[in-house]
Design a protein around this ligand. Structure first.
Ligand code: ADP
Length: 274
């Protein structure tokens, strides 16, 4: 074992598509059981590629992933590994429209040896967990967007995965439903110890987790715990064009001569220290 405390370690993880596009470039990342983290970064920075590799949906070009003590490169049947270990929530819920909420959550259990009575108990428990105990008989079309996404979360948990991976899970939702989805992840993490990784482009969504990993051009450029939300805001400001200009000492013309010099100089000192 490389890292005894980690649920997942990546070692120089690299993914090159078609022999030319380096989507991930030597990524080293450790996740412990019970971590709740966000992966952020501009479009094309490798977020989905990282999620696909961590979720055993795809294989790396080089480097390794150790997942619960197993090297994924040595796992012959990735489908089987994935169905036991990983639950996925995507931006689009992908529920089967002709099946009820109950049946959608039950589907992944059909491939297991769970007996029918146990399955029913578990589906009801999961629907309850996402606040939809009374919606089991509804078809997806009879549910709101937020409710459908909550069914998708229950479905992702069907086989008690070790890791829950969510790719832009709030991308199709309004602010309130998005916050509700993140609140469910937080509850799963805090009350059930579930390890959750959320890919998002939204700093607001990312801030509801405990740790933010920032990717750029396939590399981790920042890996930071969210200790203090206001400090986090200042770090985000530091990464803006204005923040970078302040740190480099080159004030953009647009903000010169408009009476902000002393404030900006104070801000520069603050940004140097966050
Ligand atoms: P993100 O999720 O941050 O937007 P992606 O992981 O989707 O980034 O993509 C990273 C890079 O890899 C991009 O340049 C993208 O065009 C490329 N890429 C992603 N998937 C494929 C693929 N299946 N084939 C070829 N290139 C891909």
């Amino acid at each position: 074992m490389t890292n005894v405390d980690a649920l997942i370690s990546t070692m120089n993880l690299t993914k090159v598509y078609n022999g030319e596009v380096k989507a991930l470039d030597n990524v080293n990342l450790n996740m412990r059981e019970g971590d709740f983290l966000a992966v952020v970064g501009p479009s094309g920075s490798g977020k989905s590629t990282l999620l696909n590799l961590l979720g055993a949906l795809d294989r790396s070009t080089s480097g390794e992933i150790e997942f619960a003590g197993e090297l994924l490169s040595k796992v012959r049947n990735l489908d089987h590994f994935r169905s036991r270990m990983v639950g996925f929530v995507f931006q689009l819920h992908n529920l089967i429209p002709t099946l009820t909420a109950f049946e959608n959550v039950e589907i992944p259990m059909r491939a297991t040896s769970l007996r029918s009575r146990e399955r029913v108990r578990r589906v009801n428990e999961l629907l309850d967990l996402v606040g939809l105990a009374d919606r089991g008989r509804h078809l997806p079309t009879q549910l709101s967007g937020g409710e459908r996404q909550r069914v998708a979360i229950a479905r992702a948990l069907a086989n008690s995965p070790r890791l829950l991976l969510a790719d832009e899970p709030t991308g199709n939702l309004d602010t309130i439903n998005g916050a509700e989805v993140m609140a469910i992840f937080k509850r799963l993490n805090q009350e059930k110890g579930m390890t959750v990784l959320v890919v998002t482009h939204s700093p607001v969504v990312a801030r509801t987790t405990d740790r933010i990993i920032t990717l750029r051009d396939g590399r981790i450029v920042r890996d930071q715990p969210i200790d203090n939300p206001y400090l986090q805001d200042l770090r985000e400001l530091r990464d803006t064009d204005l923040g970078q200009a302040l740190l480099s000492g080159k004030l953009p013309n647009e903000v010169q001569g408009i009476g902000l010099e002393s404030i900006l100089s104070d801000l520069q000192k603050i940004l140097l220290n966050v």
